[in-house]
Ligand binder design. Sequence first.
Ligand SMILES: [Zn+2]
Length: 487
Amino acid sequence: MPRYDSAVLNGRVVIPFVGAVPCDVGIRDGRIAALADSIASTEADTVVDARDRLVLPGGVDSHFHIGIYRDLATDASSETRSALTGGVTTVISYFRTGQNYLNKSGPYRTIFPEVVAATAGHAYTDFGYHIGVMTTEQLSEVEWLVGEQGVASFKYYMFYKGLNLTSDSTHGSAYTMAETYDLGHLYLLMREVAAAGLRYGKHGRVSLSLHCEQAELIRVFIEEVKRSGPGGLEGYHRSRPPLTEQLSIAEALVLTDATRCPVNLLHLSSAEAVASGARGRRDNPHLDIRLETTVHHLALTHETAGGIVGKVNPPIRTEAHREALWRAVSDGWIDTIVSDHACCAETDKQELWRALPGFGGTALLYPYLFSEGHLRRELPLARIAELASANPARAFGLYPKKGTIAVGSDADLVVLDPRREQVVTPEVLGSAQDFTPFAGMHVRGWPTHTLLRGQPVFQDGRVRGAPQGRYVKRPVALHDGAARGGS
Ligand SMILES: [Zn+2]
């Protein structure tokens, strides 16, 4: 009788913070049960042969937007399929009340269960949610969200204030459906998150994510660019220049120091932003500051992103900024790399100022990092797995259930063929999005298998079976412990 439900044999297994080691992986009840020199194929019901391939921990794409522009359940289904295609097995998605998503406001006590219910049964990856606390009323729900609902991370948008919003002149309060969404609200939110961190932090990190762009400056630069150009994505970059990120990070870090709230500076897009974040961390060793950048900010410039379809906040910038971000990755300042996946349609991307910001790219997380990061820029394989899996799992309370290859961890694994070359098209990414700013990009290294809790859910270029993704309550040590105590 087989000892294992399944086994991944003959591969080079990439273990974060350790390295790449040749070994076999035995899986039982959805978890890794053994790492061994050799497991006989007769010892497992199902065998995946990973000869000449790499075995990586399933990607944890910790910046995702399920349902931002489309029906939540429909989007959960199509976009987590895209995630599996590239080796992502867990997504942590942002949700907030206000315009987009469910287009309503109110207490999370009524809305959050609706969000999880709409995703469950449709997601092909495991999933969690970061929550945007938009109203004064919602501030008092932070503790409940962590302790009862498994939400270990929150969000504040530095640029949702005054008249400036994404691209048009919609009034701020109509968009956020909140009365006082300002630095005062941020201060109160940081106090709430810091307090929840003190209470629950021993089980895993509780943190606040910040979208750092400064609203009043953006208003001025948008007016200038609209008046005298340039147009296209270069104009968009100039309408929200690096200065707006830099000032916003400075504001955020003063409040971080005052409240001791653990923070994540999201999607850093410029040399100035990453320097500000790195300086903040170096000068404040008593604070917990983590830095994120995205696949598109590392891969694209305003000249290569395909025109208006490449509109995103903060903007895609220049080759010099792209190189500065890669230097920060190589030097160890960047903790996590994400897709900021937000599925929309090409028809949403026609005129620069009205176009929806954002686009999808989750399927490229591992292929792009392997191709550009490892093959071209010589990052160690373990570092690739840290950036795409272990570090986001640690930052958001999933580790070591997710984010590593160790006995007892969920058997979320990617088998990657390091020689397979792929030219990026919308079809290759397997998303509902009918365009991609990455079109035409060549990558080398593509998954042949993705396993979710031991099940081969992507294989032979196709997603297989029904959606099996589960909602994961974070920090996992808090909620797994409670489940065990109660059984
Ligand atoms: Zn985002």
